[in-house]
Design a protein around this ligand. Structure first.
Ligand code: ATP
Length: 576
């Protein structure tokens, strides 16, 4: 049987949800345009996300550039490590993701975490073939392919820049400014909704894997010693979990459990991650993801970035496959520490103690005469080394001499301790600089839009005719109400026009349609998922414009409602 995905992609193109872009020039893989319905649906989903994760959580939203200079990605690690495994077919020349070829044709579920030589071995052992032409791939070299799009900033090729592969760096890199807006107080959160770019080796499944897509990310900065999430507010949320331990066991399966129980039993190790899973689940339900086809899957240890203490994905089921909608990771101080190290700015927060503390401070005296002639230009370096050593390892000063090795010099300097000016003093300090930890819920918008449409897709029969409709939630439906004059008649059209104005004044998105028979017009709105249609008929006029027919999409039930409170009634339903 034809899969829902195929029918959905066809409907999406015909009805203006999404379609491959630049079609006039043959199109190019991995780029899609959202049509009028799709753009509206996506906008509504983004608004719903903004409302839940920025407004209701009291977080700030920013809007950073999509192109950033090379040093940002040197610091973040993307330049070195944001790679996928590529294997090229010797016959047709098509490139494929080697880990996908392995996962699709063997028992390996997590080929991404295997080292390249092992992937080559698996390909040879299982005699895997090119998904495009069927030629054997055994013996082909697998290479690491960096997914970032590179560009030049300004004329010439002087300054390389990159299109951001995730929105997150735009938040991390602005941390020194953002902490000021947060008045240097932890915890605080920063959100961003925007485009991300990845030069995917094999874009596939329409908008599920593209080369330009939209993310909605939250970076929540915390003091790991002081801050705790409001777990009580989510402890009763019921979730389907697929922990790593279950994935690793032969007869393992999903668990139905509450967030509170999952934390108590240590299934979700990090409380911040648990909190955001608890916030995300009802939100996904509210925008229209079918909760029977939704779960949180824990990353296997090989899949997890080394800094991520615990990591879970939100997944939805599409035609029997689970796809990743979002990732929830506790990233510790990894990102901010990197930028603190690589840049000239400070990515720390000054944490004031409740009461000033007296501490011992070991120092050396930088004004030491012997450092002049003896060390020449390296004098400053020697002082730096001595200072670092005094801070880190006092025992180095316990003997008669201190041994110092300078970078770029093979020789070891032996400096008499009494000449270093080493001393230990007591000092009163008010606080210290700490690098905040960060918890990151990272949502993909396009995959969510796809899931919402897929889970809303329905076929039934009305009056002996097959019907296709989208059971979209009123909150996200691109068009909320269609307004039709029953026939081409000046009187009916005038009343319908007035109703359109009223409904638009009430903030509802309205489509006016006066072409074709009324049944066809209903079907058109059913197919784009419009929850209500209002028909102005002769009874409306005979009743001195008091009532209209309101038809409900899912049941096709029709009711007569007074025109007077139509806008108010419908607006209340839209608000939920
Ligand atoms: P995948 O393993 O599917 O490539 P990822 O683990 O690399 O995804 P993240 O880096 O965690 O993805 O990105 C966060 C979210 O951004 C994903 O959950 C997904 O919804 C979305 N996303 C990532 N890559 C793409 C893409 N190529 N097209 C559409 N959405 C994407």
């Amino acid at each position: 049987a034809e899969q829902t995905s195929e029918k959905l992609v066809e409907l999406a193109k015909r009805r203006g949800y999404f379609f491959q872009s630049s079609g006039a020039y043959g199109g190019v893989g991995g780029f899609y345009s959202f049509g009028p319905q799709g753009a509206a649906l996506k906008g509504n989903v983004e608004d719903a996300w903004r409302d839940r994760f920025a407004v209701q959580e009291g977080n700030m939203e920013i809007d950073a550039p999509t192109i950033m200079p090379e040093p940002v990605f040197e610091a973040s690690g993307h330049l070195d490590g944001f790679d996928d495994m590529l294997v090229e077919c010797p016959d047709c020349g098509e490139s494929h993701r080697a880990d996908h070829v392995v996962e699709d044709n063997t028992d390996y579920e997590d080929a991404e975490s295997l080292p390249i030589p092992e992937v080559e071995e698996v390909i040879a052992e299982h005699e895997l073939v090119c998904p495009s032409c069927g030629a054997g791939l055994a013996g082909q070299a697998v290479e690491a392919f960096n997914l970032m799009f590179e560009t030049n900033i300004g004329p010439g090729d002087s300054d390389p820049g990159y299109l951001r592969p995730e929105t997150a760096q735009g938040i991390f890199v602005e941390f020194p400014r953002l902490k000021e807006y947060a008045r240097n107080q932890l915890p605080f959160g920063v959100t961003q909704i925007g485009r991300a770019y990845r030069n995917e080796i094999s874009p596939r499944r329409s908008i599920i894997r593209t080369r330009e897509f939209t993310q909605a990310e939250l970076e929540y900065f915390v003091d790991p010693e002081e801050d705790e999430p409001d777990l009580e507010s989510v402890e009763d949320v019921e979730v389907t979990l697929y922990p790593a331990s279950e994935q690793n066991s032969e007869d393992g399966g999903e668990l139905e459990i509450t967030i509170g129980e999952a934390v108590d039993e240590g299934i979700i190790a990090n409380e911040w991650v648990a909190y955001y899973l608890g916030v995300a689940k009802p939100w996904y339900g509210a925008v229209g993801v079918d909760m029977d086809r939704f779960r949180f899957r824990q990353h296997l240890s090989g899949e997890r970035a080394h800094y991520a203490a615990d990591c879970w994905d939100a997944e939805s089921e599409i035609d029997g496959n689970w796809i990743e909608l979002a990732g929830f990771a506790y990233r510790s101080d990894y990102d901010l520490s990197k930028h603190d190290e690589y840049s000239d700015d400070r990515f720390t927060i000054f944490k004031q103690y409740d009461e000033p503390k007296t501490v011992e401070r070991a120092t050396v005296d930088p004004d030491m005469s012997y450092l002049g002639p003896e060390f020449g230009g390296a004098a400053g370096d020697v002082v730096d080394e001595l200072e670092t050593l005094a801070e880190r390892d006092r025992s180095a000063f316990e003997g008669d001499v201190v041994e110092i090795e300078l970078e770029d010099e093979s020789e070891t300097h032996e400096i008499p301790v009494e000449k270093t000016g080493f001393s230990v003093d007591e000092e009163t300090i008010a606080g210290e600089h700490i690098v905040p930890h960060v918890v990151e819920p990272s949502f993909g918008v396009d995959r969510l839009v796809y899931t919402v449409l897929h889970h809303a897709y329905r076929e039934d029969e009305v009056d002996g005719e097959e019907r296709t409709y989208l059971e979209l939630e009123p909150e996200v439906a691109p068009t909320f109400v269609g307004v039709f004059p029953l026939q081409n008649d000046d009187d009916l059209e005038a009343v319908a026009d007035d109703i359109v104005d009223d409904l638009r004044d009430a903030g509802l998105s309205v489509t006016y349609d006066d072409s074709g028979n009324i049944g066809r017009r209903y079907r058109r709105q059913d197919e784009v998922g419009t929850p209500f249609c209002v028909t102005v008929d002769y009874e409306t006029i005979e009743n001195e414009e008091t009532t209209v027919t309101v038809r409900e999409r899912d049941t096709t039930d029709q009711k007569r409602l007074p025109v007077e409170d139509l806008a108010e009634t419908l607006a209340a339903i839209r608000e939920g």
